[in-house]
Design a protein around this ligand. Structure first.
Ligand code: ZN
Length: 341
């Protein structure tokens, strides 16, 4: 089969022929139809310090996918050949206290497809049946291929009650934009999204009913008073990993405000803890998706009017993956989807 492989410890990915994955009794084999390119894949392409430390050379990459089950192991129940599906890319252990309590997303032994284990940038993917998420007809393969990052957005957005609240999202990448759409869908009052990249802010306004703010040019306080916020934002979602963005968020929150944090700051970054204490702010780190509650809620919302389709800005044949990665690396795209059919 064709696959995109991290064949060498240098910049790039390479299309290679690989043998079909062998499945075990509790696995399924999935014919991959569409895949999304993630920021994580860009780190792997760039072979930065994190990637070099984490990803084994020779790995089939990719973790955002939609496809169809073509083979199933002898012990697999409840799934059929021909079932359209996506799936959770975090392969969890079953031995930790967290897993045994059903908090699978907190299992410390988690391994990721396309990062630690063979991934989805391939014609076929082996996946434990446990990780499979069947797709209803209402969710096509394009959307199926971006459920992993949409799940990050949903997990972050549903971390706190948003009904009637004023929400600040820092970072208008695809996940920030999708989180804005989710916040509106579940009933937030004002959703403001900040960035310094005009193209991303423009895309945010196209995808969701939000107020985009370019913090390089506009004063966030003026926006707050224009929107008639008495004190500030009730809830923050940090999606940029940028220290100044987090600083501004802490500054702009009400007393007792809450922050869900998905963005990853580079290394150790200075934090003015006194402001967090005196404002009585709650900060929650968000990792992955709740397995499988986030998936359930996400699919239910998609079936009930949540529309994130326009966050997909580019589609390429898998053979043209180099173009797809170039578009992603430009920082000017939304989600980029590769077609493996
Ligand atoms: Zn991803």
């Amino acid at each position: 089969m064709k696959a995109l492989v991290k064949s060498a410890a240098e910049v790039g990915l390479w299309a290679e022929d690989r043998p079909l994955p062998q499945i075990g009794p509790e696995d399924v084999l999935i014919r991959v139809k569409k895949t999304g390119i993630c920021g994580t894949d860009i780190h792997i392409w760039n072979w930065d310090e994190w990637a070099a430390r984490t990803v084994p050379v020779g790995l089939v990459t990719g973790h955002e996918f939609a496809g169809e089950i073509v083979e199933k192991g002898a012990l697999v129940q409840g799934l059929e050949i021909g079932q359209r599906c996506s799936g959770e890319g975090h392969l969890i252990g079953k031995l930790s206290r967290q897993s045994r309590a059903g908090r699978f997303h907190l299992d410390p032994a988690t391994r990721g497809i396309g990062v630690n284990e063979p991934g989805a940038f391939a014609e076929y993917l082996r996946l434990p049946a446990f990780n499979v998420v069947p797709l209803p007809d209402a969710i096509d393969d394009d959307i199926g291929a971006i459920l992993d990052p949409l799940g990050n957005a949903v997990h972050t957005a549903l971390s706190f009650d948003l009904v009637g609240e004023d929400v600040l999202i820092t970072g208008a990448g695809p996940i920030g934009i999708m989180a804005a759409a989710v916040a509106r869908h579940v009933g937030a009052r004002h959703v403001v999204i900040t960035d310094v990249n005009p193209a991303r802010l423009e895309l945010a306004a196209q995808v969701a009913d939000v107020t985009p703010v370019n913090v390089a040019k506009e004063d966030l306080r003026e926006v707050q008073s224009r929107l008639k916020m008495a004190q500030g934002f009730d809830i923050g979602m940090e999606m940029s990993g940028n220290q100044q963005a987090l600083d501004q968020m802490i500054d702009s929150l009400v007393m007792g405000g809450k922050i869900a944090m998905l963005g990853i700051p580079p290394g150790k970054s200075p934090v003015d803890w006194s402001r967090i204490v005196f404002k009585a702010i709650t900060i929650k780190g968000v990792y992955g998706r709740e397995i499988f509650e986030t998936w359930y809620k996400m699919i239910a919302m998609l079936e009930n009017g949540l529309d994130v389709r326009r966050v997909i800005t580019h589609r390429f044949k898998a053979a043209d993956f180099v173009q797809g990665f170039e578009v992603m690396r430009s920082g000017l795209s939304g989600k980029v989807v590769l077609d493996w059919t």
